[in-house]
Design a protein around this ligand. Structure first.
Ligand code: KPL
Length: 329
């Protein structure tokens, strides 16, 4: 389904923190959901990190799914800019995991006591921290397999029509709580295949486990996902990582058991064989990676329980060296 299909009226203003591929894709999906016929007057405000980002913003976002660019207003979240006065009732956070806490802190004075925070990050660390800080009732988590990349800043290619799951880190229940259903009605559910998951914690854990097995290894071997199945050294470490993670998960409070992790990882590597993992993309662009929210997070939890995890530790150390070289380059 493309972003213009099946619009639902009732615009609701969203503020979006983070104007990477996901932030731009969601801005377009939300905008086209609300005003499909007139690609103006967007009910979305992009929050950009500083004046330089604001001055590079052409005033619109281009998306491969849409016939014309969308005019989306933008503001900076820089405290010195004097432009950050709107009250934010609905905030979609599309920043990288490692930037999220600082990004949310920079808009905290604009949040109302009942504002919703909707998180798109990988891992579980920021979801857990923000649920603790703001309360699980206000914090919503998304897990998505939608594919998107930026052709250039603010020009997004919607590359893969995946699924998106929405939930809260409250104890799992068979019934969908009303706030989740209300939120789903405000989101571009059809454009981005969004469905409710009453146990989003398990889903985020499973994605985290898969990312811990794949992402750093693609950096260490500087290869596309599918090559991990064919390079003998990579294959060996992949098997060791999957075994170690499968053994750790049942020992960690709140994590689901994944005895079939190895098979799941092989499946993901096969269907995403041509992908450059998000972590390798960060390294190639000289950017900080999410490693502290992936293998770093897992190693910390293991250390808290005095559980050894030598394979993850070794991968983490190699990543730290490669990352510091990439950041210096
Ligand atoms: O989620 C991914 C990522 O790159 O972060 C995988 C599943 C590895 C696909 O590339």
């Amino acid at each position: 389904m493309t972003l213009t299909d099946k619009p639902i009226p009732t615009p609701t203003r969203w503020h979006i923190l983070g104007a990477g591929a996901m932030g731009c894709l969601w801005a377009c999906a939300m905008h086209s959901r609300s005003v499909p016929e007139a690609h103006t007057g967007a009910p979305v405000t992009l929050l950009l990190r500083n004046r330089a980002a604001l001055s590079s913003y052409p005033g619109h976002i281009t998306c491969s799914d849409l016939p014309q660019s969308l005019n989306v207003p933008a503001r900076t979240v820089c405290h010195d800019s004097g432009t950050t006065t709107d009250v934010i009732n609905n905030l979609l956070v599309a920043t990288k995991a490692q930037d999220t806490m600082a990004a949310i802190a920079s808009v905290s004075s604009q949040l109302a006591p009942d504002s919703r925070l909707v998180l798109l990050q990988n891992g579980l660390k920021v979801q857990q921290e923000l649920s603790r800080l703001y309360g699980t009732a206000r914090v919503f988590c998304l897990s998505t397999s939608q594919g998107a990349w930026l052709r250039e800043p603010f020009n997004v290619v919607h590359a893969g029509d995946g699924d998106t799951w929405l939930g809260q880190l409250a104890p799992a229940s068979a019934e969908t709580p009303a706030p989740l259903q209300r939120l789903l009605d405000m989101l571009p559910a059809q454009q981005l295949n969004i469905r409710i998951d009453n146990n989003i914690g398990d889903r985020l854990w499973r994605k985290l486990a898969i990312n811990c097995a794949i992402n750093a290894l693609t950096v260490i071997h500087d290869c596309r996902n599918g090559e991990l199945l064919h390079l003998p050294d990579a294959r060996q470490t992949l098997t060791a990582l999957c075994n170690e993670i499968s053994q750790l998960l049942p020992e960690i409070a709140g994590a689901p058991a994944m005895p079939d992790l190895s098979a799941q990882v092989q499946h993901v590597l096969t269907v995403t064989a041509d992908n450059v993992s998000s972590t390798l993309q960060d390294i190639r662009r000289g950017r900080a990676t999410e490693i502290d929210h992936l293998n770093g997070y897992l190693c910390n939890l293991a250390a808290q329980q005095h559980l050894p995890c030598p394979v993850n530790q070794s991968v983490l150390q190699q990543m730290r060296v490669i990352e510091s070289q990439a950041l210096r380059a």
